[in-house]
Design a protein around this ligand. Sequence first.
Ligand code: Z5A
Ligand code: MG
Length: 208
Amino acid sequence: MGRGAFIVFEGLDRAGKSTQVSMLTDALRERGVAVQKQSFPDRSTAIGKLIDDYLTKKVEFSPEAAHLLFSANRWECKDRLIKSLEEGTTLVVDRYAASGAAYAAANSGQTLEWCSQPDRGLPAPDLVIFLRVGEEEQQKRANWGEERFERVETQRKIGKNFDRLADSRTWFGVDAQRDKAAIHAEILERVLKAIHECADQSPLENQE
Ligand code: Z5A
Ligand code: MG
């Protein structure tokens, strides 16, 4: 048996990532694929609890310190993620290093290059599903505006950063303004292909 595929969902706030992560995980499980769901930030760890307090504005950190916490939160999960992949489990991950760099660069004024550095050396995704959503649609969706970065200007900067981070080899853009089932069907087809390819060959790469 080959390794599992490392699938990451990225996109702006309210793009529908968590919805699609759940739909995909359920569909893969129904097909008998060994699969695990993981979210970043992982708010269940000690570092994750600090991040949760930061996002809900209970504590303040400088943007750079917050960014290093988000990255540390991925590093503390690294061994567990690699172990699962090597055992043949596919990981469906809700936000990862690209969110880290895109949000931190928009929020801190540091370059995208500076903000990408802390995640270098982590396992790299085999496939990044990027959910595209427009401003109007974002704001129509539930609970908009409650967390720290949910302002139109900030979201525009983050969107530009995602465009700069997207690499044509591993990123798959999806129009996320359609109904949930249509989006899911397109993603499932692409992910099944990625799982097949990973089981066949390709060693896990490191984040650059
Ligand atoms: N952050 C960071 O700064 N650095 C990092 O390294 C990382 C994250 C990893 C919390 O992330 C914050 O952390 C986030 C980035 C920053 N910024 N803020 N603020 P999070 O991932 O925990 O955020 P969240 O609370 O899960 O929200 P989200 O990701 O923005 O939402 P989503 O997962 O993309 O959307 P959803 O929860 O699936 O859907 C939102 C609503 O829309 C919900 O009511 C759905 O039923 C509805 N929905 C979903 N799909 C559709 C469609 N197709 N049509 C209509 N309605 C839909
Ligand atoms: Mg979410």
